[in-house]
Design a protein around this ligand. Structure first.
Ligand code: SF4
Length: 463
């Protein structure tokens, strides 16, 4: 954290003061008031903290090259001033500095070299053999990173293999229709990931000649590619020295450095990223990032970390304090609300009425039975209104045909599918149509609607 804080301020080291007889000489950190309004004018670090600050500044900045002869960030001048002027001033906040001050253990925490050495040795001997670890192909790594966000490895592997068989490279993915991409993703949830990956493939095809960019900034500029994915691809596929901090890595770092604040928020979140940036080594950064995540997935697990098997046990501040199971602290999430839903099953011969869901909403881009969220005691009126809005058809609502119970990350849907009738078989809306049952196999459908349709209409195409 201090390295992060100090990257963005001028750091003045008073050599005479350090050398004086004062048992606790100080390092003065001048905080430029114009860059951070309202900030304290200076921060005092003790002599015990000073070597760590210097070491971290040197580590953090040693890879910067300056061919113009200007002083580099982290260089010390003759008067003992360490200059750190180039990097992201906007990241510094008063609270983040205060946070570092309240947690002096971070300053004297585990040495980055030792953490990297132990983690890499452990990873080489213990990592799981996963399909995306057998390749340096950036497309495969990008696919795996998108696919595994919020998805368990065991569930993700079959999708990874099916997706690659269907779209073996960026060019084939860029040329595919959105329906085809969503069909390959169907059942995995969080469909925005698939649409973003598809959009990224098109940008790579159009602006980068079909080659995935090699640097972090260009990767992060692709549609839907956030800091984690950009860091993972840049480090694993291209060997860039950048962090990749997912939930597993966050948990390990929160425990290793005994961070007691809520690591999903604000300063503590930035602190975790800063620590990860400090730790990632110049040699094998991709393997290091994977090792950190792998440790979180297999050893430093949420409920009961297996510290006795952990290569970092003797370095871990939470373990030393006996609080490893209490960390990381996260704000308790509100219980997922239960929301009533109703959907219409409207058939016309061997065809069924489907609506194309808007890209921006829940289950965006998929096809579904018309309907959705209704008021708890609305009777058939809300369903009639939803069908009219989504398809342009007026329907009569009949008997209940099947129950619906589906859980999302933030809410639960509970309700039913109702048999409905319509006088017209031609919906006026462009986003709705009657679909032949044998065509269903090729359309990306809301997965629980596909299950219901395969029971209610046995001729409906299934996987
Ligand atoms: Fe996690 Fe325990 Fe290892 Fe600390 S010692 S990093 S708490 S598994």
């Amino acid at each position: 954290m201090l390295a992060q804080a100090l990257q963005v301020v001028h750091v003045g080291v008073d050599s005479e003061e350090v050398a004086s007889s004062n048992p606790e000489p100080e390092l003065l950190v001048d905080l430029p008031p114009q860059s951070v309004p309202g900030m304290l004018p200076e921060l005092h670090l003790s002599a015990r903290e000073l070597p760590h600050v210097r070491e971290r500044l040197a580590r953090r900045t040693s890879h910067h090259e300056d061919t113009t002869g200007r002083r580099q960030d982290g260089d010390a001048d003759d008067a003992g001033h360490v200059h750190c002027t180039r990097i992201a001033r906007r990241r510094l906040t008063l609270r983040s500095v205060k946070y570092a001050r309240r947690h002096p253990a971070i300053v004297g925490g585990p040495s980055a070299d030792e953490v990297a050495r132990r983690l890499l040795t452990w990873f080489d001997a213990s990592h799981r053999d996963l399909p995306w670890r057998r390749t340096r192909d950036p497309y495969r790594i990008l696919l795996a990173e998108c696919l595994l966000q919020r998805t368990r490895v065991a569930s993700g592997i079959p999708y990874y293999e099916r997706f690659l068989a269907r779209f073996p490279d960026v060019t084939s993915l860029a040329a595919a229709s959105e329906d085809d991409v969503l069909r390959a993703w169907e059942g995995l949830g969080f469909y925005r990931r698939a649409r973003n990956l598809h959009a990224a493939a098109r940008v790579i095809s159009e602006r980068h000649g079909g080659r995935i960019p090699t640097d972090y900034d260009s990767l992060a500029a692709l549609p839907g590619i956030g800091p984690y994915t950009a860091g993972a691809v840049a480090s694993i596929a291209f060997g860039a020295r950048v962090p990749a901090v997912d939930g597993n890595a966050t948990r390990v770092l929160a425990r290793l450095f005994c961070i007691e604040a809520d690591v999903t928020r604000g300063d503590a979140r930035r602190l975790v990223w800063a620590l990860a940036s400090d730790l990632v080594p110049a040699s094998r950064p991709g393997a290091f990032n994977q090792a950190l995540m792998e440790l979180g997935a297999t050893v430093c697990t949420p409920a009961s970390p297996s510290c006795e098997r952990c290569p970092l046990e003797s370095l871990c501040l939470a373990r030393a304090a006996g609080v490893e199971e209490a960390l990381p602290r996260v704000s308790r999430r509100a219980k997922s609300p239960e929301v009533r839903v109703a959907f219409a099953l409207v058939t016309s011969g061997a065809r069924v009425l489907l609506a194309h869901r808007p890209a921006s909403g829940l289950l965006g881009g998929l096809w579904s039975l018309p309907g959705g969220e209704v008021r708890a005691r609305s009777g058939p009126s809300d369903l009639r209104a939803l069908v009219a809005e989504q398809t342009g058809l007026r329907v009569g609502v009949g008997a209940r045909a099947a129950p619906v119970a589906h859980t999302f990350s933030h809410k639960k849907w509970k309700g039913a599918v109702f048999r409905c009738t319509s006088r017209s078989s031609r919906p006026p809306s462009h986003s709705a149509r009657f679909v032949r049952l044998d065509e269903l196999r090729d359309l990306p459908l809301v997965s629980f609607h596909r299950r219901i349709l395969s029971k209610l209409l046995p001729r409906a195409g299934t996987r």
